[in-house]
Design a protein around this ligand. Structure first.
Ligand code: FAD
Length: 267
């Protein structure tokens, strides 16, 4: 099935435009535009994105005040006093129907500049601290929130082999390594999270391999609007005890670990 026309935001992080990541970001923009999608790009190194969340993010902050990262973030968000670069990225997120985060796996996670984009753009009142908090509703998060209804997908390059990241691989299963990003960063503010697209063993990619990599990425881009999201359990849909926020004992009985937060019987 063809994807409907969407607004797609590509956020990518690599210091070298002619790297594999730079080439794939360029390919992604061309491919999506050729398919008729609207595309915006946040090329974090090219933008010289400021990665550190600090007092400069709240334009109303005065020297000598105590800086509280969450409280100042909320005040700045609520009063229109956020640093302009933060507001601009939030507007791109509001515009997008789908968001792609593309990066090389660095130390089993994202490059620091991208983490800094999350830390600063995900303001209190925007990506967290949203919705009613009560004994029965612990905020709008994990499947609800301002970014619900939008899709998100990780496109990652990794030096290691696929087998190193298999369920019994020494690096740990890729699903587990990506859980903090896919569940904690993307599902938390409401995104429907698509299965990741991981390109392994990057050191061995030659010209023929690069063509194959582009072909497989193109297929994922063509199905951005139709791929079934990961069946993460929604916080407020009845699967969790609230306010403990533990999974009900009759669901995945006796099991523990990150996998219990994914439904095995998607509705
Ligand atoms: P590049 O080095 O730019 O390119 C990779 C290959 O693709 C090269 O062979 C190149 O010839 C080819 N290529 C690039 N562009 C083209 C093109 N246009 N046409 C044809 N061929 C092309 N790996 C892990 O698995 N786990 C980790 O935790 C991890 N941590 C790391 C931490 C750091 C700080 C660093 C620097 C690396 C780490 N790595 C890790 C490896 C890292 O994930 C890979 O080096 C990275 O994903 C490769 O992406 P790149 O864009 O830098 O590729």
């Amino acid at each position: 099935m063809e994807s409907e026309i969407m607004n797609v935001l590509l956020v990518h992080a690599h210091p070298e435009p002619h790297s594999l990541n730079g080439s794939l970001a360029h390919f992604t923009v061309q491919h999506l535009q050729h398919s008729g999608h609207g595309v915006q790009v946040s090329d974090l190194y090219a933008m010289q994105w400021k990665a550190t969340l600090d007092t400069g993010d709240d334009l109303a902050f005065r020297a000598g005040e105590h800086f509280d990262p969450s409280a100042n973030s909320k005040r700045a968000y609520d009063t229109g006093m956020q640093s302009a670069d933060i507001t601009h990225e939030q507007e791109k997120l509001r515009w997008a129907d789908a968001v792609i985060l593309q990066f090389p796996l660095w130390w089993f996670s994202m490059p620091a500049i991208l983490k800094g984009w999350i830390d600063r753009v995900y303001a209190c009142g925007f990506a967290y601290g949203v919705g009613e908090h009560s004994d029965t509703h612990w905020g709008d998060r994990y499947g609800e929130g301002l970014l619900s209804g939008k899709r998100a997908m990780l496109v990652i390059t990794a030096g290691g082999w696929a087998s190193h990241y298999a369920p019994r691989g020494i690096n740990g299963a890729m699903d587990d390594i990506l859980f903090p990003i896919q569940h904690g960063i993307l599902f938390y503010p409401g995104f429907d999270v698509l299965p990741p697209h991981v390109i392994y063993r990057t050191g061995k990619i030659d010209d023929a391999g690069f063509e194959q990599v582009r072909k497989e990425l193109g297929q994922r881009l063509d199905t951005l609007g139709t791929t079934t999201p990961i069946a993460f359990r929604k916080q407020n849909a009845g699967d969790y005890n609230i306010p403990e926020l533990t999974l009900r004992t009759d669901l995945a009985p006796g099991e523990t670990g990150l996998g219990i937060h994914v439904r095995q019987d998607p509705a």
